[in-house]
Design a binder for this molecule. Sequence first.
Ligand code: KG4
Ligand code: ZN
Length: 353
Amino acid sequence: MIDFLTGDMNVLGIETSCDETSAAIISGGTRVLSSIVLSQIEMHAPYGGVVPEIASRSHVEHLSGVVGEAVKVSGLSWSAIDAVAVTHGPGLASSLLVGLSFAKGLAFSLKKPLCVINHIEAHIYSAFLEGEASRFEDVCPFVALVVSGGHTSLFRVDGKGRYKLLGQTIDDAAGEAFDKGANLLGLGYPGGPVIDRISKNGQRDYVNFPRGRVRAQNLGLMGVDHDLCFSFSGLKTALLYYLKDHPPANEAELASVAASYQEAIIDSLVQRCERAVEDTGVLVVGGGVSLNSRLRERLTEMANRNSVELIMARPRYCGDNAAMIAGLAGAGYGTWGADAMAADAVPNLVLSL
Ligand code: KG4
Ligand code: ZN
C-alpha cells in the first residue's frame, strides 16, 4: 500500500475503456459520493456493436462534462480530491487513451497522485462497493467470475495483487454470445438486456442448444484447466442453423428460442463456477452480464446448494463504471505515482500472477 493512502481518501475515478464515459468519487475505497455513467449505446446500436472511432470521439466530447458532474454531485471541492484514478487497460486503444490523457493532465494540474487501474481487477472489486472497506481482503481466498461483453474469465484471488487465471473463454465472451444471438433473433443491440427480458415469457427447454465444452487438446488453453474454460461460438452457430429451419412463427416461439439460448449460456457459466469454487467456498461475480436475472437466480441456487458465499456486484455497478476504478484505487490497489504518469494504454492488459 502506498504511504500517503489514508482510510478516508477521496478518489476521483475515470473510466473510458469501451462505450461508457464515466466518472465517480469514492471515499475510503467503498463509499460512493457520486457515480456518473454516460452510455453510448444509442450511438452504436444502428451498427449492431461498438464502433471504436465513434466511441473515442464521444469520450473526447463528453468526458470533461461527466467529470465536472461527478465533482458537483459529490458536494466536494476540487481541493478535497486526494487522487485521480483511471483505467489503462484492457479495452479499446483509442478510448483508453482519452481517459488516460485526461486523467494525467488533471492529476498534474491538481498536484495530486495518479493511479492507473486494470479494468478486469476493477470488475472484481465492484462487488465490494458500498460494503466494508476490508471486505475484499477478508474474504480471500475466493474465486471471481468476470463476465461481460469483452471478458469471460475465472480467477482465484489470494490477496492484494495475487490473481491466478483459472479459466476463460477460448472464443466469444458471454456478453458477445448474448449480443450475437440477439442479432440473429432480430432483437437489436445490446442483446443481453432484451434476451433477459423476453426469456421470462419463454420455455427454457424448448430447444436443446449445445453447452460448449473445451477439449483438453485445445491449443488456445495456455496452461489453464479446459474444464474451467468456456466456448460460445458453437452455440451461436447452432442458433443460426436452428433459425434457418425453424423461423419463430410468433412472439411465444421467439421467447422460447431466446430462453433456451440464454439457458445454454447460463448453464456453461454456472457449471464452471460450481466446479471452480469447490476449494475456496467464496464466489465473487462482476461485469455487465452479471446483471442477467436468470444468471443471478441460478448462481444463488448453486451457492445455496453448496453452502458457497456468493458476493455479486450490485446491479448499478455490473456494467462499466468509474466507481469501481476509484474504489479499487482508494483501497490501495493499482499502479501509483511516477509509474502511473509513465503508463501507456494497454488494450490487451491481462490480470494474472
Ligand atoms: O461490462 P459491460 O458493460 O461492458 C464490457 O466491459 O463489455 O458489459 C456489456 C455486456 C453486453 O454484451 C451486454 O449485452 C451484456 O453485458 N448485458 C447483459 C445484460 N445486461 C447487459 N447480458 C445478459 N443479461 C443482461 N441483463
Ligand atoms: Zn467492463
